[in-house]
Design a protein around this ligand. Structure first.
Ligand code: NAP
Length: 260
């Protein structure tokens, strides 16, 4: 199947590591131009170099997405370089453990800024260009919006907000034929996941307990499996799919875990 990405420009936030890295690399492998936008220039450069080494096209932009001005900078730089935007993958986020009891109003707002605000800010600034190309927006959410996790109010609220914005933006952008969808991971081994599990008292035991409850094949989802669905939904091949929240999680969130 040809996804039709050739020389089209896609911004991937947090595109240098974990799930975002897999998405950037798949976009480039499909002939698209991956704009890797993340806070660490060295991480961005590494991923861009790896893509170029395989003959792909990529461009790195260092940006702290919690800052509104950096979100605007990302869009301005992409437009200056390529003159177009064909898609936005809102992916960057951090499960930062701001709980109800252990957090504070200030930490809660800061968590929304790290996990939710830049999804809106980038979509807002990219919109004039997405209108021209009839591009699409793909958000990466989390099962936490559906299941809760405990001690992570800011992250949970952000991910719930992303699900709501998926439906809201899909409706608002119908007149422009801009599609908006969200892919939900649950348990994917990435630097973020490793940090989280290593913050728990017995990471090895906890990991084994989680994996044993993943219905399909008792294994974690790979970043490449998230990327496959993401890039499909981003592409014009999924031309009549909008406002959807798709779980790529081996059935972890919804299936009966007593079935094994
Ligand atoms: P990751 O391994 O930490 O990679 C995320 C990348 O984004 C990193 O390069 C990170 O930079 C960058 N980043 C994060 N916040 C940023 C910001 N405010 N400004 C600029 N760059 C930023 O994370 P991941 O596990 O791939 O997660 C990607 C997405 O999937 C997130 O939205 C997460 O909530 C979601 N998700 C993941 C899982 C999972 O199992 N891994 C499960 C559910 C949902 P630094 O390395 O410098 O922080």
């Amino acid at each position: 199947m040809d996804l039709g990405l050739k020389d089209k420009v896609f911004i991937v936030t947090g595109g240098a590591k974990g799930i975002g890295e897999a998405i950037s690399k798949l976009i480039a492998a499909e002939g698209g131009i991956a704009v890797v936008a993340g806070r660490n220039a060295a991480d961005n450069d590494k991923t861009v170099a790896e893509i170029k080494a395989t003959g792909g096209k990529a461009f790195g932009i260092a940006a702290e997405l919690g800052k509104v001005e950096d979100c605007k900078k990302v869009i301005d730089l992409v437009v200056a370089e390529y003159g177009r935007i064909d898609g936005l993958v809102n992916n960057a986020g951090v499960n930062d453990g701001v709980g109800l009891e252990n957090g504070s109003p200030e930490k809660f707002m800061a968590s929304l800024q790290k996990n939710l605000s830049h999804y809106y800010n980038l979509a807002h600034y990219a919109l004039p260009y997405l209108k021209t190309t009839k591009g699409s927006i793909l958000n990466i959410g989390s099962k936490v919006a559906e299941t809760g996790q405990g001690n992570t109010s800011g992250y949970a609220a952000s991910k719930g907000g992303i699900n709501a914005l998926t439906r809201e933006w899909a409706v608002e952008l119908l007149p422009y034929s801009i599609r908006v969808n969200t892919v939900i991971p649950a348990e994917v081994w990435t630097p973020l996941y490793a940090n989280w599990i290593n913050s728990l008292p017995d990471p090895k035991e906890k990991l084994a307990a989680i994996v044993s409850k993943i219905p399909l094949e008792k294994r974690m989802t790979t970043s490449e499996e998230i990327a496959n669905m993401t890039v499909f939904l981003l592409s014009g091949v999924s031309s009549h799919t909008t406002g959807q929240i798709i779980y790529v999680d081996g059935g972890y969130t919804h299936l009966d875990r007593s079935v094994s």
